[in-house]
Design a protein around this ligand. Structure first.
Ligand SMILES: NC(=O)c1ccc[n+]([C@@H]2O[C@H](COP(=O)([O-])OP(=O)(O)OC[C@H]3O[C@@H](n4cnc5c(N)ncnc54)[C@H](O)[C@@H]3O)[C@@H](O)[C@H]2O)c1
Length: 313
């Protein structure tokens, strides 16, 4: 009998790629998503889609009823600026609802609870670059605070209720179906605007850096976390390479044939200037490694936008 996975946020950018992989590997998949930023067209037709808000009791109820082998929890309010404007709304989705799902998963005795945490929002030049799990900075945005608190609740459920909880902390994820509002939104924004020949803004000096990881590599990490029994985490999932906004601009301009100069935008306030993740721990413990180069990943992303942004499967 096929194994059953519940994927929250399975209509979103990363979640929909994970669903495709699970289906490819013969899992039965139930997607829970309220479509606030996700889209039904992202959802693999072989998965069962349920429009449920994780803040409502129906989500936890479903997990208690289905007793899936695995829960992949990706549904989130995924924007740092939105969390700064509305910390309470952010915590309702990113912390409170997560806690309900953890409690339900413990009751249902799920074999794996994989959590999508953030590494990008916990890495900065103020600690150490690339940042390993030991040197992650204190969370400062409501978004990162809720992600770290959720991880700690997950560890609590592992200890107190035996829930096999694994936290993965992603760097800046990019790829087809990417949402411009997420942590690596700049790749989507540049690709879309350059393909249309529109003006493109580079904020500040453009020398600020991030660690960009291709979505397929992130899916590999989630699958490894599912498979390896001893996995606990938290695990940083990134390339460990800093890429500046100016470098991204040049690379995407080349792929799209864009000839205009960038416009200057205001510097981002509050965000770390440099960031990248050391993923030695997940490489060692789960035998994971990123296999997509930035060149390949950007090509795949631009190609997807060029073809009108339709599902790729
Ligand atoms: N994209 C990145 O660079 C990145 C980096 C680190 C962590 N993450 C985390 O990975 C996960 C997926 O992010 P993404 O980039 O795919 O974002 P996304 O916005 O594309 O996906 C989130 C999904 O969750 C759904 N959702 C939001 N609130 C919900 C609610 N209350 N009930 C049910 N569904 C709800 C949305 O409709 C969407 O489909 C998130 O948890 C995010 O915080 C993303």
């Amino acid at each position: 009998m096929a194994r059953l996975a519940v994927v929250t946020g399975g209509a979103g950018f990363i979640g929909s790629h994970l669903v495709d992989r699970l289906i490819q590997e013969d899992w039965s998949v139930v997607v829970i998503d309220n479509l606030s930023t996700g889209s039904k067209k992202n959802v693999n037709p072989a998965a069962k889609f349920l429009k449920i808000d994780i803040r409502k009791p129906a989500a936890a109820k479903l997990i208690r009823k289905l007793k899936p082998q695995a829960v992949f929890h990706l549904a989130a309010q995924a924007s740092v600026p939105v969390s700064v404007k509305d910390p309470i709304g952010d915590a309702e989705t990113n912390l409170h609802a997560t806690l309900h799902l953890l409690d339900a998963a413990a009751d249902a005795k799920v074999k794996r609870f994989i959590f999508a945490g953030t590494g990008g929002a916990l890495s900065s030049e103020k600690t150490r670059l690339p940042t390993d799990e030991e040197h992650a900075s204190e969370p400062t945005s409501p978004y990162a605070i809720a992600k770290v608190a959720s991880e700690r609740y997950g560890a609590f459920y592992r200890l107190s209720r035996g829930l096999p909880f694994v936290s993965l902390r992603f760097a800046n994820v990019y790829g087809p179906r990417q949402n411009p509002h997420g942590e690596a939104g700049v790749v989507a924004i540049f690709s879309k605007r350059m393909l249309k020949g529109e003006s493109v803004k580079v904020n500040g000096t453009g020398k600020q850096t991030r660690d960009y990881i291709y979505v397929g590599d992130v899916v590999d990490a989630m699958m490894a976390a599912q498979e390896v029994q001893k996995a606990e985490g938290p695990y940083h999932v990134g390339n460990g390479v800093e890429v500046s906004v100016n470098d991204l601009f040049k690379r995407i301009a080349k792929l799209t044939g864009y000839k205009k100069k960038p416009l200057k935008g205001p510097a981002d306030i509050g965000a770390p200037f440099r960031s990248s993740l050391d993923s030695s721990k997940i490489r060692k413990e789960l035998d994971w490694a990123a296999t997509t180069t930035l060149e390949e990943g950007l090509w795949l992303t631009v190609d997807w936008f060029r073809r009108g942004g339709n599902p790729t499967r």
